[in-house]
Design a binder for this molecule. Structure first.
Ligand code: SF4
Length: 289
């Protein structure tokens, strides 16, 4: 990708500096093991979640700014996609795997919107997963049978969500996304993850999360344990020292000690299945630790 332009100040809730670069890409649709394809119109994400797994992108696209403080805008994404669609076989596209496709900059650039419109027009299925209400702007282009609208929720506690996901829409706003998408006749999904050890992964928290999923009548639910992906601990560790010092060593063991992690994931899976059973949602549980 080739940089085309300089910096802009960020206007956002987290009041962080944001460096925006306009770049050109050769491709925007990629083959993937997550779905048949993934599509990312941006590199970087303004939502700045503390646990973000997409930080690994910095290995392939090094930036001087920390994660959450840069976004590369692939300004020619629709043109690149147009070229790819001449040859690509229709399939499911996960939007997005390495950024939030509806992060605040998308309001101005409308790249995700245009690319989703093109995908659906060519018979591809768009599986959206976001933490931003901006996705509702695009209801007019989504099509039942060719679109699933999903949101990620890691906790129902607004204070915790604000700490861990400082610039994402509130949890209530994300639930509103699901309700609105469902009312529009679209399939809906929730990703509960990564659950926050000792903060949102207890039985009571899980029961409350599944109760909300039942109220929203979502079609599919995934649950994910926090993963020791590259570059996650350098963000999570100092954050815990600052906000939850009593949890620092516990998270460190869960993420880095194989035996501790194995036992944790098994127990978490048991609790998740129990909560799903309690709310008659076992059949909708598509992924569980
Ligand atoms: S919204 Fe997703 S991609 Fe963006 S910072 Fe949060 S976890 Fe990472």
């Amino acid at each position: 990708m080739k940089p085309r332009e300089g910096k802009k100040p960020r206007a956002g809730r987290a009041r962080r500096r944001l460096v925006v670069r306009q770049v050109e890409c050769k491709t925007v649709l990629n083959r993937s093991s997550i779905g048949q394809y993934t599509m990312n119109c941006y590199t970087g994400c303004q939502h700045s979640c503390i646990y973000c797994y997409a930080r690994f992108m910095q290995r392939f696209h090094p930036h001087p700014e920390p994660w959450g403080e840069f976004v590369d805008v692939k300004v020619n994404a629709p043109e690149a996609l147009g070229r790819q669609l001449k040859r690509a076989k229709p399939g499911s596209v996960f939007v997005s795997s390495a950024c939030d496709a509806w992060q605040p900059l998308e309001r101005k650039w409308e790249l995700t919107r245009e690319c989703c419109r093109m995908l659906i027009e060519h018979g591809f299925r768009v599986n959206a997963l976001t933490k931003n209400t901006l996705v509702l702007r695009d209801l007019d282009i989504f099509r039942p049978g060719l679109t699933q609208v999903g949101v990620t929720i890691t906790t129902l506690d607004p204070r915790l969500a604000k700490l861990w996901e400082p610039a994402a829409s509130s949890v209530e706003e994300r639930c509103h996304v699901l309700q609105t998408a469902r009312d529009a006749g679209l399939e809906t999904a929730i990703m509960f993850g990564p659950l926050l050890p000792a903060l949102s992964d207890g039985q009571d928290s899980l029961n409350a999360l599944f109760e909300r999923a039942a109220e929203l009548d979502v079609d599919l639910i995934w649950v994910d344990a926090m993963n020791p992906r590259p570059r996650v601990w350098p963000s999570v560790g100092p954050f815990l020292r600052r906000e939850f010092p009593e949890l620092h060593d516990r998270y460190s063991r869960l993420l880095h000690d194989g035996e501790t992690r194995e036992a944790y994931v098994k127990e978490l899976g048991d609790r998740v299945r129990k909560a799903a059973r309690q709310h008659h949602l076992e059949g909708r549980l598509a992924g569980c630790p």
